[in-house]
Write a protein that binds this ligand. Structure first.
Ligand SMILES: Cc1cc2nc3c(=O)[nH]c(=O)nc-3n(C[C@H](O)[C@H](O)[C@H](O)COP(=O)(O)OP(=O)(O)OC[C@H]3O[C@@H](n4cnc5c(N)ncnc54)[C@H](O)[C@@H]3O)c2cc1C
Length: 449
């Protein structure tokens, strides 16, 4: 059986020189040409032509490519790295994320590998429990699991047709060609002419920059994350645990029977220098939370150095009338490339997944319609639907982060002794996880064949 790497490292040439054999059950949609004619007058012959190019093989890129594939529209994914991101920690996905994973058809495969988290507890730094909640008490349909990023990406990539992901393909330049297509140039000199470009290249998106978006802004705190490893089984209850200090907070959540994710978030006036030695990072983290509950310190101790990362937190607010449009001339943004948000609501990846299915549905329907104007309409409709969802969440995540990073000891005492125990209600706090998402129907349902 081909491995993910061997399936995805085909040279570019093989895409154009020897197209893959037709599938046993040919997909009529795939054979439909996009209705925008390509003329090659303005580009040289050494250009690879693709209908749909996705830039970035992160969560947004792979979920978008897979959603399109489920709907019968093939794409190629350009990824700057040599392979899928194998390091990193985990992401907490709420029910909106799971609805999308089900719609794409990978929900159950992932569910079987990750624990269902039952609730959450908030503690003060002396270990006193301030409040606990059970998710199902608030909302029977809530589903929370922390998913290893590596496994999420691998699961998507295994479902994509061989050769879809092009590794070592860093986008270096974008320009419009004469006929409305987009010419992408990679650092190795490869040039790709695309009818539709979907920018999923994360917070430092080159595609977003080209579209006129400002760089995301540092919000004044950094997160250090790790994935504790317990080969003989981890001892923690399946709940999210938060510990709130002054200008400093931490959290941990079991991921699987042998892994537990943790983070420490601290205030810092500037992002500070990059620390590339994870053992130094580990020591610095332990120093930050010295004297905090021992279960957190033990967890940091059993964390393999290579899973520890520090990230300065950033976001970008999509002010109406000020931020550029999410799409321009058949180039569109998805996920962090469009709406980087702080992780305080655990919604960045969940929203990237939502974007992916919404965009794929609209794009596939537009292509099928055969109307050349329909694609622009689909991209505009995607923005109209998604902006009211992602802009308020970006703002809310930022505000929540600021409240949780308070430094004033009096304010922190009121928060810990009055607001959390007596005022906070979990239900309204998680209302944003409501998101309906029907399964992506195979192309046969569209054609009625
Ligand atoms: C501390 C922290 C905790 C978080 N916790 C959660 C959580 O619990 N739940 C949740 O839902 N979200 C969480 N998030 C947010 C989540 O990580 C992001 O929203 C998500 O990763 C966005 O995915 P993406 O695919 O848009 O971007 P990315 O994951 O950044 O992927 C972008 C991809 O594009 C590639 N790329 C970049 N530039 C180029 C180029 N020029 N050419 C080709 N390829 C390129 C990159 O190599 C990468 O593979 C957290 C974020 C942080 C920082």
């Amino acid at each position: 059986m081909a491995t993910a790497a061997s399936r995805c490292l085909l040279p570019w040439k093989s895409l154009t020189a020897s197209p893959p054999p037709p599938p046993s059950n040919p997909n009529p949609f795939r054979r439909l040409p996009l209705t925008i004619p390509i003329t090659m007058s303005s580009v040289s012959k050494n250009v690879i032509k693709r209908d749909v190019v996705v830039v970035g093989a992160g969560i947004a890129g792979l979920a978008t490519s897979l959603s399109l594939h489920r709907l019968g529209l093939e794409s190629v994914v350009l990824e700057q790295a040599e392979s899928l991101r194998t390091g990193g920690t985990s992401l907490t996905l709420f029910k909106n994320g799971w609805r999308v994973l089900d719609a794409i058809g990978v929900g159950n495969e992932l569910r079987s590998q990750f624990l269902e988290i039952q609730g959450m507890a908030v503690k003060s730094v002396d270990g006193r429990e301030l409040r606990s909640f059970k998710f199902k008490d608030e909302d029977k349909s809530q589903e929370v699991r922390a998913v290893e990023r590596r496994i999420l990406l691998e699961t998507f990539s295994h479902q994509l047709p061989p050769g879809t992901i092009r590794f070592s393909s860093k986008l270096s330049k974008i320009e419009k060609s004469g006929d409305g297509e987009t010419l992408l140039e990679l650092v190795d000199g490869t040039r790709v002419l695309a009818k539709i470009v979907i920018g999923c290249d994360g917070i430092r998106s080159a595609v977003a920059r080209w579209m006129g978006f400002a760089e995301p802004k540092y919000v004044g705190h950094c997160a250090i994350r790790g994935l504790g490893s317990f080969p003989d089984g981890q001892p923690y209850e399946p709940r999210v645990n938060y510990i709130y200090g002054s200008g400093l907070r931490a959290g941990y959540v079991p991921v699987s029977p042998t892994k537990v994710y943790w983070f420490v978030c601290y205030n810092s006036p500037s992002p500070g220098p990059k620390i590339s030695d994870p053992s130094i990072l580990k020591e610095q983290t332990k120093e930050l939370v010295r004297g905090w509950p021992s279960e957190l310190l033990n967890l940091i101790d059993v964390t393999p150095d290579d899973t520890i990362i520090r990230t300065p937190l950033v976001d970008r607010w999509l002010w109406p009338g000020i931020a550029p449009q999410a799409s321009s001339g058949k180039v569109v943004l998805v996920g962090d490339a469009w709406h980087p948000m702080t992780p305080n609501l655990g919604q960045g990846a969940c929203c990237a997944l939502e974007d992916a299915v919404v965009l794929a549905r609209k794009l596939a329907a537009a292509v099928r319609s055969g109307d050349p104007g329909a694609i622009d309409g689909a991209l505009e409709s995607y923005e109209r639907e998604r902006w009211p969802r992602v802009f308020p969440l970006t703002v809310r995540a930022n505000v929540v982060g600021s409240l949780l990073q308070w430094e004033n000891p009096v304010v922190c005492s009121v928060r810990n002794n009055v607001i959390i125990p007596k005022v906070v209600r979990l239900g309204p706090l998680l209302e944003h996880t409501n998101f309906d998402c029907e399964p992506l129907r195979p192309v046969e349902s569209f054609t009625g064949s």
